[in-house]
Design a protein. Structure first.
Length: 130
């Protein structure tokens, strides 16, 4: 098993493979920081670019759970798999990703995340704007 470097990730993105709708500024040394697209709240709101509150941060209270789709879509070739984890900046604020894990090769999908605020105070999520 090998890990892609930042240059290899960028080459894959340039060839319109691996990550669709990618922002190259999110490429790290051997990873890519995916961003929040659509947010689904516990009270039934679906916050996307068409929502009246799309430009506002979504405040998550301690104990609250929200789901989200990533802005990016994964387009993994049959010889590459991926692993999704919460970013350290989220974890340090008490945000726990309840469904991290393996993403199979040869798939085209938008990743679904489920976040729980396990911290002592509220946390803010910002939707990526087009």
């Amino acid at each position: 098993m090998s890990i892609l470097t930042d240059k290899e990730i960028e080459q894959e993105i340039d060839s319109r493979s691996l990550i669709l709708k990618a922002d190259k500024s999110n490429i790290q040394a051997c990873s890519y920081d995916m961003t929040i697209g659509t947010i689904f709240t516990g009270d039934g709101d679906k916050i996307n670019n068409a929502h009246e509150k799309a430009k506002e941060p979504k405040v998550i209270k301690p104990g609250e759970i929200v789901s989200f789709f990533t802005e990016e879509e994964l387009d993994l070739p049959d010889n590459i798999s991926a692993t999704a984890f919460a970013m350290n900046s989220w974890s340090s604020k008490g945000l726990l990703v309840l469904n991290p894990g393996h993403i199979d090769p040869d798939s085209l999908k938008t990743d679904l995340g489920i976040l729980a605020d396990q911290g002592n105070g509220p946390a803010c999520l910002f939707k990526v704007m087009e």
